[in-house]
Design a protein around this ligand. Structure first.
Ligand SMILES: [Zn+2]
Length: 198
């Protein structure tokens, strides 16, 4: 894909000024919003109904789920069912969403500030496989730990201490990581698409 665009904003130009191209959205309540998905069906953004129609008419996006009650957009020559959810025709790469960067605060938040080893209040993070033994500084290898457990564990492996983890550490789910921060109340019809992203 040679001309893949680097950012959502680049792929979703503000077409508010493109007069005449889109006409009026006649059957939609003012302020209607449309959930825009990437070509891969990941939620990308929430756009106004008018912008959604422009994207559809210009072939940049297609309707995935129509708005209810036969809401439609009318221009001079055609009527288009108003979308509630639509999808970009071409995949847009969003590099900053690829991974949630791992931070100490992020690990503490993910683990609800509970020590992964004893369950007490955690203030530190511990590398499950110590860095000195090649353990990565990653979501998968870091857990919240209390100071006592952390110093007891030092550069040992869990096996050597007879300790176990309740569950394998993972990156936080992407919704919690802020993949799509909705500036508007999500429409109930969007729910399947949003939960899929979690
Ligand atoms: Zn502990």
């Amino acid at each position: 894909m040679p001309d893949r665009q680097p950012q959502v904003l680049a792929a979703v130009p503000d077409t508010g000024g493109a007069a005449g191209e889109a006409g009026e959205v006649t059957s939609l309540p003012p302020g209607s919003r449309v959930l825009l998905l990437n070509a891969s069906f990941e939620p990308l953004a929430v756009v106004t109904a008018k912008r959604a129609i422009v994207l559809m008419l210009s072939g940049k996006a297609e309707c995935v789920q129509a708005a209810l009650e036969g809401a439609a957009f009318h221009s001079e020559n055609l009527t288009v069912p108003a979308p509630s959810v639509m999808r970009l025709s071409r995949y847009v790469r969003v590099p900053y969403r690829r991974a949630v960067p791992m931070t100490r605060a992020g690990v503490l938040r993910r683990d609800l500030r509970r020590c992964a080893y004893c369950g007490k209040k955690a203030d530190t993070i511990d590398h499950v496989i110590p860095r000195s033994r090649g353990g990565a500084h990653s979501w998968e290898n870091c857990v919240a730990a209390c100071k006592a457990c952390n110093s007891k564990k030092a550069d040992k492996l869990l096996d050597e201490l007879g300790w176990t983890l309740e569950k394998a550490p993972k990156p936080p789910n992407r919704a919690a990581g802020g993949v799509l921060v909705l500036a508007v109340e999500p429409h109930p019809a969007w729910e399947p698409w949003l939960s899929e992203a979690a």
